[in-house]
Design a protein around this ligand. Structure first.
Ligand SMILES: NC(=O)c1ccc[n+]([C@@H]2O[C@H](COP(=O)([O-])OP(=O)(O)OC[C@H]3O[C@@H](n4cnc5c(N)ncnc54)[C@H](O)[C@@H]3O)[C@@H](O)[C@H]2O)c1
Length: 393
């Protein structure tokens, strides 16, 4: 049987620990037998980031800018313990942070649904995608503890002073910022992605309380929608819907799912964990970074599964869930196929996703899912799970 051909390289970013082991197995067992894989390979494993002084991360991100589509394995974000473990010359920055800032992208996280995997909110029959604005707000806030009485102010670039609070006794202050440019990029990324996957876009802030800050988000989204996207959305039969964050929470909980929910930075941080937990497992969450000019980087939402890696190094059997990493590959291959007009590659991505979900639905799965599966479940090891998918494929 001849293999499916590709025309443009996919940017492949390898990573660390257990997910690096799975990465190679996914390619060997599920992809390479069917696809003449054409990738431009960047090794973002921590050893190579150290060897290249982290240049490889920047080169990988540049390659995504050039080709448009990348797939990334989970990587270690070094902390003090990793600096010792890997004998690092410095505590390299998070690769995801570097790539995100270079692409100016928004991260969309969506769960993979399989019948039998218990969803804690039974009405959620369709996946909910969270789009988190990954810039500013409290994540780059400036805080202070005020010890005694006195007036705290902030000063604007034009010299205007505003009173934050006239303290009578000790207290705390937090200031934060965002930029029109970043909010615009966020809005465009969300609207492009909604058109891409043909799903309604919801956006929520607390503009009734935050009449300048949150209101600015609301106004920018509205302006960009009206001037650039309204017609496209109507043509695609999808809707842009704005509401207050508290109303959005109530509506989402009562909904059947299926929407993209754009959230400010903190709301997205909180809501993505709520959604991931309610849908079952972190190991079943996919993640895609989309830039406002339509560049895509696909990955799993989880980390490198360190605990399993140490077992693997000890020669012990592991049962690590590869679903989100498989879906990172299928997402990237499908996008590449759509951009290059390769119908057989697009079909392959669909078939691989179906074979993966069918395998779980038939009762064959990794250990993490057994406890949340409604039915007779057989736990298999990391490799046997991939082989079971390959058989169906
Ligand atoms: N996107 C990324 O590259 C990314 C994201 C998060 C963490 N990390 C890195 O991953 C490393 C480990 O971090 P962590 O332990 O906080 O996160 P993790 O996602 O690796 O693990 C968190 C928990 O979920 C379980 N889990 C996660 N994925 C699983 C899977 N596929 N199958 C079975 N169980 C799974 C783990 O066993 C663990 O109990 C750290 O070095 C961190 O920097 C990377």
């Amino acid at each position: 049987m001849s293999k499916i051909r590709m025309t443009t390289p996919l940017v492949e970013m390898d990573g660390d620990e257990m997910t690096r082991i799975l990465w190679q197995k996914i390619k060997d067992i599920l992809i390479l037998p069917h696809v003449e894989l054409k990738t431009e390979y960047y090794d973002l494993g921590l050893k190579n980031r150290e060897a290249t002084k982290d240049k490889v991360t920047v080169e990988g991100a540049e390659a995504i800018k050039k080709y448009g589509v990348g797939v990334k394995c989970a990587t270690i974000t070094p902390n003090a313990q990793r600096v010792t473990e890997y004998n690092l010359s410095t505590m390299w920055k998070s690769p995801n942070g570097t790539i995100r800032s270079m692409l100016d992208g928004t991260v969309f996280r969506a769960p993979i649904l399989a019948k039998g995997i218990k969803v804690l909110i039974p009405s959620w029959t369709k996946p909910i995608t969270i789009a988190r604005h990954a810039y500013g707000d409290v994540y780059s806030g400036v805080e202070a503890y005020v010890e005694g009485p006195g007036k705290a102010e902030f000063v604007l670039p034009d010299g205007t002073r505003k009173t934050i609070f006239d303290f009578k006794s000790a207290g705390i202050i937090q200031t934060m910022h965002n930029t029109d440019a970043s909010i615009r990029s966020f809005a465009r990324s969300c609207m492009n992605y909604a058109l891409d996957v043909k799903k309604d876009l919801w956006f929520s802030t607390k503009d009734t309380i935050s009449k300048i800050y949150d209101h600015r988000f609301k106004d920018i989204f509205r302006e960009i929608y009206e001037t650039e996207y309204k017609e496209k959305f109507e043509k695609a039969g999808i809707e842009y819907f704005y509401t207050l964050i508290d109303d959005a929470v109530a509506r989402v909980v009562k909904s059947s799912g299926g929407m993209i929910w754009a959230c400010k930075n903190y709301d997205g941080d909180v809501m993505s964990d709520m959604v991931a937990t309610a849908f079952g497992s972190l190991a079943m969450m996919t993640s895609v970074l989309v830039s406002p000019d339509g560049k895509y980087e696909y990955e799993a939402a989880h980390g490198t599964v360190t605990r399993h890696y140490y077992k693997y190094l000890n020669g012990e059997e592991t049962s690590t869930n590869s679903m989100a990493t498989i879906f990172a590959w299928t997402g990237a291959l499908r996008k590449r196929a759509q951009l290059d007009g390769l119908k057989d590659l697009e079909d392959f991505a669909d078939r691989l996703e179906k074979a993966s979900i069918d395998t779980i639905e038939s009762g064959v799965m990794t250990k993490d899912l057994v406890g949340i599966f409604d039915g007779k479940a057989t736990a298999v090891n990391s490799e046997d799970f991939l082989k079971a998918i390959a058989e169906r494929l």
